[in-house]
Ligand binder design. Sequence first.
Ligand code: NAP
Length: 866
Amino acid sequence: MLPIARGLFSSLRAGPRPSGRLLKLRPPPIAKSSSALGQFRQFSSTRPKSARYFRFEVDPEQPLNYRRWSTGTQVFGGIVVLSVAYYVTHLETVPETGRRRFMDVGPKFETMMAEQSHHQLLEEFRGKILPPDHPLTQAVRDIVTRILDASNLGSLKADSTLKQQAGTPIEDSWHADVQTREGPVPGSGQREWRLIVVHDPKIVNAMASFGNIVVFTGIIPVARDEDGLAAILGHEIAHVVARHTSERYSSMKVLIAFATLLEVLGLDVGVARFLTTYLLELPNSRTQELEADVIGLRLSAKACYNPEAAPEMFNRMGKLEQAQGARLNVDFLYTHPTSESRVKMLEAFIPEARSIRANSSMCIGMQEQFESFQEATGPPDHPALMNPLKVAIIGGGPSSFYVASRLLSLVPPTGTQQLRAHIYDRLWSPHGLVRYGVAPDHPEVKNCTHKFDQAAQDPRLKFFGNVNIGGPTTSSPSAISVPIESLLSKYTHLVLGTGCTIPVLHSALPPSERCIPALEVVHWYTNHPSKPKAPPIDEAQHVSIIGQGNVSLDIARILLSRPEDLKQYDIPERVLSHLAKSTVKRVSIIGRRGPYEVAFTAKELRELLDLPGVVMDPLQPEMLQWRGDMKPTRQQSRIVSLLERGSKEKAKGPGDGFKSWSLEFFRSPTGVVPTPHSVSSNLELSLAHTTLDAKNKAVPTGATSILPTDLIITSLGHRSEPTAHWYDPGLGHVRNVSGRVIDERGNVLKNVYTSGWASTGAKGVLATTMMNAYDVAQTLLSDAREPMPEARAVMNGKVEEGTLDELPDEVKRGLETSRVITYESWKRIDEEETRRGTALRGKERERMEWNEVERYLQDAQRFNSR
Ligand code: NAP
């Protein structure tokens, strides 16, 4: 073997690339004894050791005339031409980034390497591998599964061998009583991945190649939380997605050829090795690392993890390296770029990643996962606060409670860490959309209130219901009014969690008796204090719902369910009795785009398909055909396969007499008039037929049709109230950058933040809101430790000694007269509602109205003072 080729092989053996830096050096485990490597070795060892350089014999008059070359030179020239042709024909583009590269390794080789590597890893880490049911393995597994799922990259293999191979039980501080989660998700890509979590706190590393992912427990503290670990895993998975190890195998051949050429040309071995290493191998390796950073950022954002966690994690990694003196700050000498260059590059991609995350449908289910990770790893460490924080949060919905609970968990209640979080809501009860938005037959969604109850037990958190901070009073007639200025002078920080409470209306369908916004229907069946009228479903056979989001499906489900199936839930008695009088037989859910563009999610569609006694109108197979250039997303494929299932079921369905529903695609309303002649319907809804343009927007085809109907419900989404502070009419929500509120000139307002739908618009499910709120809490605390110099002050910013618990005068008076509801009062009402529900017929709860609440609390007070 040529000396230089030997050196190159030893670098090829490095196999998978570690994330960040491997702080404890160890022999790389993968590809150690691959047969391919063996073949290379045999091939190269046939070269005589004595050959040092080659003499070119050409005609100096006509150097390019190959006929005049010596035979040896001709053979050499032929090899070079063939090699160049081979190289050029094996150039390809990395699909994710457009980078050109040489690749001559195929899928068969990769499959073989995946299997071999897996066995080697099991062997190497025998006795140190955490079992599959260990909470930490579960937590890492959940993150990997989510990243794979979100981008349809395949599934994690449930590896029973790990259980036996895990060896002697490891003393652990994580309690092991965790249920095994779901296996691979059907319908995902074909690739099978494997995960090994190695218990070695000294190794700060993770790596992946050929579908084998290895995580060392030493990296968990650096990852700090689930987002940080997702950043690491996204990066490692990205190496596999971009086939970096295969690329290294391929490029190694080029390096060997290049080195051979240099040696043949008589270059000193040391110089040749230097040139190939520093000009080709290391720069290529750093390119791969940066590429994995970008792809990984996209993958983790698509899986709904916080993109900002990636640069933060590399920052921490850089500090750790510096602390351990692990490397100089010079890229040139290393396989990995410096943490600084990575952070800089990642930050440039954050806006793109944020938008990927905002549009990701994969945020469902994150809440549970996030919490399980925190349970397994414990809360992250944070430096102490310099000054006390007194945070006023406007809005008592889930985003506000999540911000508050996150602040409480990040700032431990010690003598030096002073924090207060006061939540104000104009409604008398807490939990916003969880109480007044979630459909009654989705009780499991309301489980998040247990977490809010838990947070409210911390004396640093207070809730003040029935307090309207400077807004209109129509939706909360009983609330006391407090100007926002009263808060600005009493608190150091303000968080706007006021949500999106205004329904988007359709210009062609102004609200009327028979054309009502979906929010009114939702508020009717949740007993909202604004007390909207009951929809006239007792005079309607056909209901048209405009818009194809989850709210549309919630309403359709409630209208088509048998009242006896709803009786057990948190649905008021008067609503149930009105539903019992319903004459609705058919619901059409109308969308301006197609089945691949619907806004509802698979779970809600499945529930509608599974409603007893209700059938879906079958859809034509052509309607469900995919026409895009790229593959449909996993979410799209799920929806369409459910629609295919629903379309088939109709054929074997029981026939007439049942309630039915349909999805009407590519239809956009242009107007509605009372039916002039027909007695069978009340209204005529005009619909323009649409198609999709190049940007996937609905455009009219010119064709139209009329749909006879009795009741129209517009369900087109929501926006914030225009009277909300720092509202941006163009955006439909509060103007902000990453949760920091900005004024109309783009100045950051010091200590003013916004979270949840008030900051993003009405999108995403509850888990999306939770993650957004957690990010805002994190930002608020980071700013409190390192204030932004250019921010504009609108708040007092400081609290005087001993005034941490002081409240605005209006609130104090409201508390004295019991107009303001505290969390303790709410818990009493909560108990009473539950008691009333149980007493009725074992239903979930029977909701109270404000006048009942007032009476109940007064009675309770009288009783207590006796
Ligand atoms: P959404 O998801 O934004 O859906 C709005 C629908 O209205 C879309 O189909 C949209 O179509 C359509 N639309 C908007 N403007 C239109 C126009 N001018 N003409 C015709 N169609 C129009 O809104 P949502 O259903 O109110 O839900 C809001 C958020 O709450 C969503 O994130 C949702 O997932 C969440 N939510 C979740 C649940 C649950 O998890 N069960 C329940 C309720 C709500 P285009 O796509 O063509 O714009």
